[in-house]
Design a protein around this ligand. Sequence first.
Ligand code: SAH
Length: 316
Amino acid sequence: MDTTWLEVTLETTTPELDALCAKLTMNGATGLVIEDEEDFKNFLEQNRQYWDYVDEELLERMKGAARVKFYVTDDPDGQAQLRRWTAGIDAPCTTARLRENDWATSWQKYYKPLSVGGRLYIVPEWERGEPVPEGRTALYLNPGLTFGTGNHASTRLCLEWVEEFVRPGGTVLDLGCGSGILSVAGLLLGAESALGVDIDPKAVDVAYENAALNGLGRDRCTFLAGDILTDRSLKETLARDRWDLVLANIVADVIIPLSAHVEELLAPGGVFLCSGIIDTRSGEVEAALARNGLQVLGRKERDGWVALAARPGDGR
Ligand code: SAH
């Protein structure tokens, strides 16, 4: 039988938060999860360059919030632990029952297989074994805690274009690879090799795992961690090769400076696909591409997100 867990939530205010955590810790509590609107706002502010858009629902949920959560097992031991940990604490306390499975993987229920473009079928790993529609290629994916489930409009726009522009036997450079979804798609749709890069080191392992889920080994793909704008040795590594397809599903603030280096990364006849651009900023990105000698071949828009395809203006 699955273990049942109690999620315990204590409501407080931002100024009282530290004192509450200190009391809990003194009572022996471990595994505290703190939800604080102020922290959340600071986090958003400090990571501004990665966000053009924040989920309204999440903002709403965090409004005025200062709460501490922890988990105990739903049995006499856990109940005793709960009483010890909250002794002498008078903050309003609620408990909710969770199954271990729900707790670790509740987000999985939001991901269902998804047809993208004319050829791909994105299948969450835990749905493996379900039939794949005729004529489509399954791309198995476990995004874990990285970005790149295929559900996001900007990823879908990119995937459609990968299908259109990938060159059989060609090479793919996937900047901001996240879960590795675009690299894997490129390989499944005919590319010979792919290199993916992400600033988040977690992405490297996840991307290798996703490649492996699709039978793709390190002979076909490489994933590296690093900041594509500031990591000098990474930039040198990238500049050693030329790619038929350069992908960047990242925010406008990264794509704009990146566009100065795109031409030197493209093989003759290569195409640059960028996505993750919120519609109000697409003019700025188009201007940056033009300034750097890249000509826009196509523009697509979905749910307020824009993707652009470009190649060097001299038609190389
Ligand atoms: N390619 C995936 C993920 C896109 S999300 C998809 O299409 O779904 C954008 C990714 O870019 C994130 O994983 C983020 O960590 C990464 N990223 C953001 N800025 C970066 C930078 N300067 N250098 C490298 N990666 C970056």
